[in-house]
Design a protein around this ligand. Structure first.
Ligand code: ZN
Length: 153
């Protein structure tokens, strides 16, 4: 299996499967990103309870975790969620939370973060996976187009 070397045009996203396989405490981490109000109000919320979230760009309805929903719709939008002191990995992770995990490349991330695209790429494309940030692969096995093809055969 050969992977293309990622470039500043390679889209990245948060791979939640990676989290499930490598760090079962990812919900604890998500919780830690909540604002003070939501830390309190969601203290008793069941882990993994799903809420419908409507993608503001595509109007597509996606089921998301209740904690994730609060982060995306409120906490991540607070002015200090990402500032110039936030580490690159953290800042990138938070951007994906806010945008509903829409894949973005280092060039676009660079514009949002006001940091060099090369720095972002080097961090994301290194040998270690941080926070589940990985290249976005469009050809997943459960892809609809593949199902259609299989049906045609
Ligand atoms: Zn909040």
């Amino acid at each position: 299996m050969s992977l293309l070397k990622p470039s500043v045009q390679t889209p990245f996203h948060i791979d939640f499967e990676w989290w499930e396989q490598n760090d079962r405490d990812w919900r604890v981490y998500l919780r830690s990103l909540l604002c003070a109000d939501h830390q309190q109000s969601l203290a008793d919320v069941q882990e993994g309870a799903l809420i419908d979230w409507i993608d503001p760009d595509t109007a597509e309805v996606k089921p998301v975790d209740g904690i994730q929903h609060a982060l995306m719709s409120h906490c991540a939008l607070l002015p200090d969620f990402v500032n110039e002191h936030t580490a690159v990995v953290e800042a990138v992770f938070r951007i994906f939370l806010v945008n509903g995990n829409q894949p973005m490349n280092a060039a676009s991330l660079s514009k949002q973060l006001h940091r060099p695209a090369e720095t972002i790429l080097r961090t994301l494309a290194g040998p270690r996976v941080y926070r589940g940030l990985r290249p976005y692969q469009t050809s997943k096995p459960q892809d609809e187009t593949e199902e259609t093809e299989a049906a045609a055969v």
